[in-house]
Design a protein around this ligand. Structure first.
Ligand code: CP
Ligand code: NVA
Length: 308
């Protein structure tokens, strides 16, 4: 079963194939209207369940549109409206859904929910974000980097801010795609050591640097994300802001990176908190290409899962 659960759990050659396919499927659409079908219809007759236990704009819309462009159909399910939210086990839900649909994408809280869904489903399962990772986003980010700047292998990526789920998937990707990754943020918000160790074991440089201005020197890509994630308690907000204020990505920080460095943010952003509008809307920023590419990268991921 070809589940897409995490970048570190997927074969590196398969990942490379998905990025290349995403780029080629994007160019094959050649500017046609968003609702127009692709020339080939690899998902014709396929039904895809999109399960959301957390809010979403990009993931929800990009998966839905992507399936339709490839000729398939979708159903969007909110966790709290399913029996899942009323005590039915994940395992039973997985077995039942597998009788109706050909592919399941789930956005959830605990990683364990995703893993259990994958264990008991007899159709492929895609991770649409958990508290610990966001692999579809980082596949998209790699596609976006390579579209603008060529191969990411050997490049330097700097993450400024919270060591969260999106960072973790960057660490997985560093090992699989062969780029160096620097984390800059305050010690209480360091990523879990396991993500750093695993990437290091694959031979890439993974660094923690407390001074953001030092961290971004020589960066090809600077990335940040919200200071308070969906799984974080709202009560953490004020403390997080105090801890992270010095790690804001602003024009002064970007000026320390390479002159042609890119800026990325998976969005949604809190403008002028983790990144200034000047940077988000400035010459380094590719945030809206990044958002668009969710569509193309995920189409390639779905094709790989289904082998079509
Ligand atoms: N980047 C991302 O996953 O956005 P949504 O939460 O809107 O899906
Ligand atoms: N780290 C963020 C990413 C949102 C797409 C969160 O988990 O809320």
């Amino acid at each position: 079963m070809k589940h897409f659960l995490d970048i570190n759990k997927t074969d590196a050659a398969a990942l490379r194939g998905m990025i290349d396919e995403g780029i080629s499927m994007k160019s094959a659409r050649n500017g046609r209207p968003k609702g127009a079908p692709d020339d080939d219809q690899p998902l014709a007759g396929r039904m895809v369940a999109l399960i959301f236990e957390k809010p979403s704009t990009r993931t929800r819309v990009s998966f839905d549109v992507g399936v339709r462009q490839m000729g398939g159909e979708t159903m969007i399910l909110r966790g709290d409206e399913m029996q899942l939210g009323h005590g039915e086990t994940i395992a039973d839900t997985a077995r039942v859904l597998s009788r109706y649909v050909d592919l399941i994408m789930i956005r959830t809280f605990e990683e364990q929910t995703l893993l259990e869904m994958a264990e008991y489903a007899s159709v492929p399962v895609i991770n649409g974000l958990t508290n610990r990772s966001h692999p579809c986003q980082i596949m998209t980010d790699i596609m976006t980097f390579e579209e603008h700047r060529g191969p990411i292998r050997g490049r330097k990526v700097v993450w400024s801010g919270d060591g969260n789920n999106v960072f973790n998937s960057f660490a997985h990707a560093a090992g699989q795609f062969g780029f160096d990754l620097t984390f800059t943020g305050p010690p209480p918000l360091d990523p879990e050591q396991v993500f750093l160790d695993e990437a290091r074991s694959k031979g890439v440089n993974i660094t923690i640097e407390r001074d953001p201005a030092v961290a971004v020197q020589g960066a090809d890509l600077v990335v940040t994300d919200t200071w308070v994630s969906m799984h974080d308690p709202v009560s953490a907000r004020e403390r997080r802001h105090n801890q992270l204020r010095g790690y804001q990505v602003n024009a002064a920080l970007m000026a320390q990176a390479k002159p042609d460095a890119l800026f990325m943010h998976c969005l949604p952003a809190h403008r002028d908190d983790e990144a200034t509008s000047e940077v988000m809307d400035g010459p380094h920023s590719v945030i809206f290409d990044e958002a668009e590419n969710r569509l193309h990268a995920q189409k390639a991921i779905m094709r790989w899962c289904l082998g079509v």
